[in-house]
Design a protein around this ligand. Sequence first.
Ligand code: PHE
Length: 346
Amino acid sequence: MDPKEIIEQLQLLTQQFVASLQNQSTEQAIRDLQAAYLSKKGKVGELQTSLGQVEPSQRKEVGQAFNKAKQTIVQSVTEAIDGLVKRAEEAYLNAHFDVTLPGRAPAQGHMHPLSIVMYDIVDVFTSMGFDVAQGPEIETDEYNFAKLNFPDDHPARDMQDTLFIEEGKTLLRTHMSPVQIRSMLERPLPVQVVAPGAVFRRDDDPTHSPMFFQIEGLLVDKGIHFGHLKGVLNTFLYQIFGEDVQTRFRPSFFPFTEPSVEVDIQCIYCKGKGCRLCSQTGWIEILGAGMVDPNVLEGVGIDSEMYSGFAFGLGVDRVAMLKYEGITSIKLFYENDPRFLERFRR
Ligand code: PHE
């Protein structure tokens, strides 16, 4: 057979193939078409059987023509399939996405109610000249108890109350009072600080959480007396609960203050008549406080003949429960249920 004729036919077949490729709308149809040309019984395949009849000297040229034709076919098949996929994707996007629709904004977070109350309380004290102090959550027995004048056998040191890390050495602080010690050791006199932070106790029931928040306050200067303590705490309570709130200072005991008091506000729900919230007493305890015990001052090297001071500690959770009506359990603050927290968006 004439090699020229074979090559011409090959070119014709290739053109034919490329032309009919345009009409195929599925990948399967394209593959079928490819087979109809390239398989042994296909159009190009059949033609290839004539290669044997070509003069040996001309076989190389004709063979190359076959290779080129096959290459063209395979390459146009790949392009056609890519085109199909791309068009299918575009059609899908057009049918399913409206790029002109407004987006859905991600939910925006907000402050936790305890943080809100904590900042509000700290603001009241900083406006009265208090600095914010800090201390570590892992404390030494020394700062959490000993330097605060706790006798060795005091029940607060009992394993029941304290989460020890290494008994007698390190523990999770049970109150914010160790920051009193740190502040007096670290700062020049006069010392006037508030210290907000997390505290830990071996307590876990509907009204107690093993972790909760306190704010400690300390003022040490020359001539500080109980009147200053009362003035500062009343001012604070009026600012947080309103000018008409009734307050009450009751004698109490803490190892690190003398005299010591507990401060109550008149129950804001029943206005003193007695209800479930105030256990029928008409009063709700907010603070522990007192004049810094001279032993504590001397223990950090402050001359208790020259200096005196007052200290107080309050539970942030308690204040938050009173500020926001209807919070039945302290646990709600720590479960982080968004249905509860949503209420405090502001
Ligand atoms: N640290 C005490 C407590 O946790 C509160 C307190 C602080 C009392 C400062 C007096 C002075 O109960």
